[in-house]
Design a binder for this molecule. Structure first.
Ligand SMILES: [Zn+2]
Length: 340
């Protein structure tokens, strides 16, 4: 795993529908790779790559990762210069108050009523996004309007930081880890043809992947994503879903997709034979682009391989480098073995 690449990818801001900076970065990296390929960008902004193998593949196998991240959009500028916002993607209200954010290149902080002014009832409830506002330091509406615009997107400021025990955290690990793995796959010519998609708008309902499925028409597809690890204090095997450090998560089902059973078993056994640790989810939770891809054109045999991640959809998605390495190794292996 190229740590610098992942650090850079996580630092770029790109909420759903505003992925342009992420796309430019990815296109630049693809340009720098000498592997023979055809790269196209569709009308929604999905980046599609046909990576030419040394031989033709017998099936169209697609590997997908999404470029967008959760964040917010500015919905109004208040008279006092603060900004009203609406969340984009599933961010819980708990994850908002006091966070550093960025709208374009303007820094801000999500603020709200100070605790000593809250009623007893308010102290026991989490303030809602609509009761908070982004403070960019502007003193009135006019000053704020010169810096930001209604409809502009923004996200958390949280560059990648290392933790002990081989862990790290950052914003947007969901799903820049998938983008990093796909870029690694695009670095050299595979044995057989492989298709890659860096898709848009996953966090608001897998909208980009719908279009990808129709245009690539894969027979087999693998969604590479990040998934919730609830392995916090007091969690049990039954409640933790999956664990950070336990290896990439191969899903048999989530809340949106029942995965192809044969493909699920095959991936886990290929991983085992190659000494790559994997785990599965012990709860039916989450969802990803698989939902849209599986039901595209005449139907697609679908798998999902994910990075286990604590505090997903917050400013501090926390994961393990060893899981990221194993995820990358597994995807490189699948690109060789599933195209036979
Ligand atoms: Zn995701």
């Amino acid at each position: 795993m190229n740590k610098t690449l992942l650090k850079e990818l996580c630092t770029i801001d790109g909420i759903s529908g505003r992925e342009h900076a992420v796309r430019e970065y990815i296109l630049d990296k693809l340009n720098g790779s000498s592997a023979p390929k055809e790269v196209t960008v569709d009308a929604l902004g999905n980046v599609l790559v046909h990576l030419y193998g040394k031989n033709e593949a017998t099936a169209t196998v697609l590997f997908d990762a999404h470029m967008d991240e959760v964040g917010f959009m500015i919905t109004n500028i208040n008279d006092d210069g603060s900004l009203c916002f609406s969340t984009v993607g599933g961010i819980e209200n708990e994850a908002l108050f006091g966070r550093r954010v960025r709208v374009g290149n303007i820094n801000g902080v999500i603020g709200g009523k100070p605790v000593h002014q809250c009623s007893a009832e308010e102290k026991n409830t989490v303030p809602k996004a609509e009761d908070m506002a982004i403070d960019i330091g502007a003193t009135d509406k006019h000053e704020a309007e010169a810096l930001v615009a209604i409809g502009q997107g923004g996200t958390f400021v949280s560059p990648l930081c290392e933790l002990s025990n081989d862990l790290f955290f950052a914003k947007a690990v969901d799903d820049r880890i998938g983008c990093a793995v796909l870029l690694s796959l695009a670095e050299k010519q595979p044995e057989r043809d492989v298709w890659l998609s860096f898709s848009v708008q996953e966090e608001i309902g897998c909208r980009g992947a719908k279009v990808v499925g129709e245009s690539v028409k894969p027979q087999v597809a693998i969604a590479i994503d990040a998934t919730t690890a609830a392995d916090i204090a007091d969690s049990t095997e039954k409640t933790c879903v999956c664990r950070v450090g336990g290896g990439p998560v191969v899903s048999f089902a989530d809340r949106a997709t029942l995965y192809d059973e044969e493909l699920y078993m095959r991936i886990r056994s290929l991983a085992e034979d190659a000494n790559i640790p994997t785990q599965t989810k012990t709860r039916i939770a989450g969802g990803n682009n698989a939902a849209a891809l599986q039901r595209s054109h005449t139907g697609v045999k679908m798998a999902a391989v994910s990075l286990p991640c604590r505090y997903i959809h917050t400013a501090s998605c926390t994961a393990a480098w060893r899981d990221a390495e194993a995820l990358e190794s597994l995807i490189l292996l699948l690109a060789e073995r599933l195209t036979l």
